[in-house]
Each structure stands twice: as C-alpha cells, then as structure tokens.
Design a protein around this ligand. Structure first.
Ligand SMILES: Nc1nc2c(ncn2[C@@H]2O[C@H](COP(=O)(O)OP(=O)(O)OP(=O)(O)O)[C@@H](O)[C@H]2O)c(=O)[nH]1
Ligand SMILES: [Mg+2]
Length: 688
C-alpha cells in the first residue's frame, strides 16, 4: 500500500513523514526544504505502508521544478491514498490545493495539522462539519507531538480498504463552465478516451499548462485513460488536437475567461468552507510574530539584530566549547596513552606503535577533542534558529541586498540551505528552473559558511586566538558573507547575465523549537556524522599523513614525502604569509575540514611525543605563528575550497568538468586574493 503526503509548503509534511517512519527528513520552519521525493515505510494493521514525502506545492497546475515533482507523483503514480495535509491556522488558503486533489481522486484523507496553534490562537475548527462537506475523513493532528497520528493512520487504512466510503466534494463551477465541460467530455469520449473525462475537461478549460502540452504532443498520461474500448481503439493525435482547439475556443468564448471563473469558484468555495467551520472562541492576543518582525526584518534594525544573534551564537559556542575540550582531551589522552602502553607491552614493531598512536589515534583524538565540542554546540544553536524561524528572516534580509546586487529569486533559498551544509545547498539548487540561475547558485554556495566549517573554524580559532576567538570568528563570518555577495555581484554581471525572475520567500510565524527534533538531529544526524567522519576520514588520513612523514624510514622530516611537499608548496604561500607546512596541512584537510588541527600538528612535526596533550602541542603552533599569520591562515581556511563531499555533489548536479572547475576556482581565487590583502595590508600597518 502506498500513501503520498501532499500539501502546501511548510505545513509539516516531512514532520509527519518522520513521525510515521522514524526517518529524519530535513524539517525546519520555512517553505521549500523538501525538493525531492523521499520514500519510507511503516507497519500498521499487519501490513507495510510505503509513504512518500513530497515537496510542497500551492497548486496542481504548478510550474516550478519541485512543484512538478509533487504534481507528477500525485497525478501519475496513483498512490492508494493521498493524505492532504493542511495548516489548520490558514485553512482557506490550504483548502485550495486540497480541493484540487479531491477532483483527482476519491481516496483522500485530510490531516489538519498545527492544531496546537489553532487552540493557542483561540480558534475552534468543526472537523466533523468539514469532513461532511468535503466527503472525506478529516483528522486533526499535531505532527510534532504525534497527536492524532494513530487516528490518521486508521482512517488511511480504512479508505484504502474501501471500508470507509468517500464522496469527495466537487466544485460547482457554474452553469456555463459545466455546459462547456459536458461538451468537451463528449468529444473526449468520441476521441476514444475513457476514465477521468470530467477532470480532463476542467483542466483543459482551466488552461492547465501540463495538460495542454500533453494534448499537443498527443501523450495524455495513462492514468487519465481507462484502457481503450472494446475494440482496443487507439486515441489519435489529431483527435486530441481537435479537442484542445475546441476547449480553447470554448474557454475564450466566455466572459470572463473560463479559466478565471474556475480559479475564482475554487477560491470562493475554499473561503466559504473555512468560514463555515472555523470559529473564533476568544480574542487573539497581539501577534507576537508581527511585533518581533518589526525589528527583525526592519530596514535598519535588522542588521544589528542579526549581528547580535550571530555574535551571541559564536560567544556561546566558544565559551562552552572550551569547557568541553578540557575534559575531553584529558580523557582521550588517557586512552591514547593506555593504548600506547598496551602496544609497547605487546612488543609491537615500532612503526605499528608509532603509526597507530602518533598517527591514527592522535589525529582522531584531536579531531574529537578540539573540533567536536564547538561543532556540537553550533549545530544545536543553528538547528534551534531553523526551528524557531529565524533562518528565513536572515534570508529575507539578505534578499534585499541580493536583489540590489543582481541576483534574485530562489538563489537565496539555496544559500539558506547552504548555511546548514553546502551539500544540501547544492542539491536544493534543483528548485531553480533557469540554468544560469542554477549554476550561479551552485558556484556561490561554497562561499557561504556552512555550520560544519563554522564549527571547525571555531575550534581552530580557540587554539590560535586564546581569549579573542569571538571577535576573530565574527569578523571571519562577516568576511565570508561579504565575499558571497561580491561573487554574486560580479558573476551575475559577467558569466551569468540573465533576465530577472521573481520569487518571494514567505515568512512563517515564529514557532517554539521542537527540542526532541533539535536534539535528535544534532546528536544523531550531525554529531554522529562528524564522529563517523572522524573515524572514517580522520583516522586513515592521519595514518597516511603520518606514513608520508616517515618515508623513507629514519629520514629527517625534510627528506620525507611531507617534507618535499612542504618545500614545494612553500613559495606559493609566501605572498599570503602562509608556510609550506600550512598549505600541506590544508591539502590534507580537503576530505573533511575537521582534520585541520591534526594535519597541522603532523606537518609541523609536533606529534612525535605524546608527553604533551594535544592542546599544548597546538599551543606550540599558536605561539610560533604571529597573530597576523594566524589570522591570514584562518581567512584562507574559511574560504579556500569546499570539502570533497561538496565537490562530488557539484559534479553530480552539473555533470560538467567546466562548472566543477569554476566552482573550485572561484573560492580559491577569492581566498587567495583576500588573504594576500589581509597579510600584505597587515604588514603595511606594522603587524608582522
Ligand atoms: N507547533 C507545531 N509545529 C509544527 C507542527 N507540524 C510541523 N511543525 C513545524 O513546522 C515546520 C515545518 O515542518 P516541515 O515538516 O519541515 O514542513 P514541510 O511541509 O515538510 O515543508 P517543505 O518541505 O518546506 O514544504 C517545522 O518547524 C516543524 O517543526 C505542529 O503540528 N505544530
Ligand atoms: Mg518537507
């Protein structure tokens, strides 16, 4: 049994999907997160239910790529039951899509989500009256708390079984449209089409773009057509063209245009229904969202507000990460030493002992001790901001600048997703229909600071700038932001010149964060991911780097593979104030940004004694670097190249060496230019 979740954007489809399947689809409080369909399954009433999470869509006559995914699935794959999930606090607007779904199939169950907010706002919804009017089950739910989910599943199973009959409401389009629809249905039948002729007729009169295209090409989706008539007669393309021409003539013969009438009637019905079933029980208290947004999205106050939130986020991260690091590194060092003793006791050959202890274990332990604490805290904070609804406000404010800079539309949506993770950002670029816009979004997304890089950089800043990590990080984030804007400005005026396209991100109300989701996403999805990378990437990478630093055996570091690389890269770094050791370390860091610290330690030949904790070894580096050099290094680290996973994602999305090369060249060029400016400028100002 297959069930699909259909609904407007940001109504809780993925939340319900996760609640049912236990999976973790991306959720957050802004529209447009899900861009691909996702499938999962759960068991109920002794059967397995496959459930499909779809992108949000406002209408079945949709135009944009993610909406077409939703529409095509609903129309063509014919799931056994469609759950239309609606935001009960905006019933009239949400009913419009629901009515379109009801025209398509009778196997529908409606989930009225956000019932907690309905109650909070002092509204009452007469669900029985609504169910009677719509002719399908209507189940009130609170997806975040699983409230009503059992009842919903039961209703779905009953509708699938046919044990609960549904008689979906059909919209009354008025006499004229009805008469035209009957005429068209007649010609459809004459052309040999059986099945959903009423639906087809309305869609033709409505000037549905997909339907018109299907009739033009003569390829009407088979789901509309009942398998031919007795003679197995085929539907001819000429007949379809004739029907289409007829429909256009009929549509244009009415005043106003039949299309306008159809859309209007549907809206009116949705409005009336909502009016009949939603009752206000008490006066709504002042709108919190509206009051807060007067500051957060204010033309002037928005900027200091965002700066305070960003600064606060970094401050909390830095101060709590220091505590976490202390005890983590003590514990890990103890563990590494015990392993060392054990290997010595077992009389393992020196290179096994050293590569394991000084390479693999040291590297992994440093990643866990230095990088994990700031990442955990930052992920938690960022997930909270996502759930509350602050992230789309940042996007909204930046959009003002972006428009002035020549980018527009869904670019900002992609950059918003990139704030979490560049890979998700790159994948979400699929929502952009225009190829040039899409490439621009892909190429600029590595410049946006992803939360992973921000966490790793914070770990590094704590080591390099003890006591001053907060202002350093704040300046670096602002710098990356400025570079993202600058790159957009330059690229949209040169390589990617194109016509403007309109898109306005709708701002959702602020919501209480879902602690369970936030903690689960942080600990399991993200921290688990970082730890997994520490073991999968950092451990082998540290082992390899260690080996490269010890071949040929017994040679001084300068004569080893690492030594050569250091010497070779050295001259390149001179104008940037960076040494060969730093560039070599950054090269090794490409698989995962977290391993920057152990890479630095190894290329500096610092790991050879474990008498010191990883912290003091790193403090050694910090002391040997001047503040200007440290800052230049941080600038370069923030901007230089996306991680390998992102490169892979860009390749998969563009399938073009040229665009992949460009999305690497742009950040690398930006990083080099800015670092040179910072370093040389700093020297001119008298820093060394
Ligand atoms: N208060 C409350 N919040 C909810 C409820 N259901 C979902 N949310 C929140 O609403 C936001 C949107 O939920 P999603 O599941 O991401 O919505 P979606 O429909 O998948 O959104 P798109 O994929 O962007 O179309 C999230 O922040 C959820 O935590 C609910 O019943 N009550
Ligand atoms: Mg979703």
């Amino acid at each position: 049994m297959t069930v699909a979740l259909a609904g407007n954007p940001n109504v809780g489809k993925s939340t319900l999907f996760n609640a049912l399947t236990g999976r973790s689809q991306h959720t957050g409080n802004w529209p447009g997160k899900t861009v691909e369909r996702a499938t999962g399954e759960f068991r109920t009433h002794d059967r397995t239910v496959h459930i499909v999470d779809l992108p949000g869509t406002y209408s079945l006559a949709a135009q944009s790529p993610e909406e077409i995914i939703a529409r095509d699935y609903i129309v063509e794959e014919q799931p056994d039951v469609i759950i239309t999930i609606v935001d009960a606090t905006h019933l009239e607007r949400n009913l419009n899509l629901a009515l379109q779904v009801l025209e398509l199939t009778d196997r529908v169950v409606m989930a009225l989500n956000f019932m907690d907010e309905v109650r909070r706002d002092g509204l009452r919804i007469d669900t029985e009256a609504l169910a009677d009017a719509l002719g399908v089950p209507v189940i009130p739910i609170v997806a975040t708390r699983r409230e009503g989910v059992e009842a919903l599943v039961t209703a779905v199973v009953e509708v699938a079984d046919g044990s609960r009959a549904t008689i979906p409401l059909s919209v009354d389009y008025g006499l004229t449209v009805d008469r035209h629809a009957v005429t068209i249905e007649e010609s459809l039948r004459q052309a040999g089409l059986r099945g959903r002729t009423r639906y087809l007729a309305i869609k033709l009169l409505e000037d549905d773009p997909e339907m018109a295209a299907a009739f033009k090409t003569g390829l009407v989706p088979s789901s509309y057509v009942e398998s031919g008539d007795a003679q197995g007669q085929e539907v001819s393309a000429e007949d379809l063209h004739a029907v289409l021409a007829d429909a256009i003539r009929l549509r244009e013969s009415t005043h106003p245009d039949a299309k306008v009438e159809i859309v209007r009637r549907r809206y009116e019905l949705a409005d009336d229904l909502a009016h009949d079933v939603v009752h206000r029980e008490r006066h709504k208290e002042g709108d919190f969202t509206e009051r807060l947004d007067r500051i957060v999205t204010h033309k002037v106050w928005a900027w200091p507000t965002m700066l305070v939130v960003l600064g606060g986020m970094i401050w909390v991260t830095v101060s709590s990460a220091e505590i976490g690091e202390e005890w983590l590194s003590v514990a890990l060092l103890w563990f590494v030493e015990r392993v060392g003793q054990l290997l010595a006791y077992a009389d393992a050959p020196w290179w096994v002992q050293d590569s394991l202890v000084e390479g693999v274990l040291f590297g992994t332990a440093t990643v866990i001790a230095v990088m994990l604490p700031p990442m955990v805290i930052l992920f938690t904070l960022f997930n909270l901001l996502q759930d509350i609804g602050f992230v789309p406000r940042v996007a909204f404010n930046l959009d003002r600048i972006m428009r002035a800079l020549g980018s527009q539309g869904k670019h900002i949506l992609v950059l918003t997703m990139s704030l979490g993770c560049t890979v998700t950002g790159v994948l979400s670029s699929r929502v952009i229909e225009n190829e040039k816009d899409r490439l621009l979004a892909i190429i600029t997304s590595p410049l946006v600071v992803c939360s992973g890089r921000l966490g790793a950089a914070t770990g590094l800043a704590i080591v390099l700038f003890p006591g001053r990590a907060v202002p350093v990080m704040l300046s670096l984030v602002l710098l990356s932001l400025a570079m993202t804007l600058l790159a957009t400005f330059v690229l949209s005026r040169t390589v990617f010149r194109r016509e403007p396209s309109g898109f306005v991100m709708e701002l959702p109300p602020y919501r209480m964060p879902q602690w369970r989701t936030v903690i689960r996403r942080t600990l399991i999805d993200q921290v688990g991911h970082v730890l997994g990378r520490a073991v999968l990437f950092a451990a082998p990478a540290s082992g390899i780097i260690w080996a490269l630093g010890h071949i040929p055996v017994g040679a001084a570091l300068e004569a080893t593979a690492i030594g050569r690389l250091v010497a070779w890269l050295g001259p390149l770094g001179v104008p940037l104030g960076l040494t060969g050791e730093m560039l070599t370390a950054l090269l090794f860091t490409l698989p995962a940004k977290e391993i920057v610290v152990p890479s630095l330690a190894i290329t500096h030949g610092l790991q050879s004694t474990l008498a010191e904790t990883s912290q003091t070894a790193l403090a050694g580096i910090a002391q040997s670097w001047s503040p200007l050099v440290s800052y230049a290094f941080m600038v370069f680290f923030m901007l230089y190249l996306p991680c390998l996973v992102t490169m892979w994602a860009i390749w998969k999305e563009t399938r073009s060496i040229r665009w992949l090369a460009m999305s690497l060249a742009v950040p690398l060029a930006v990083a080099t230019a800015v670092t040179v400016l910072v370093y040389q400028g700093g020297r001119l100002l008298g820093f060394s």
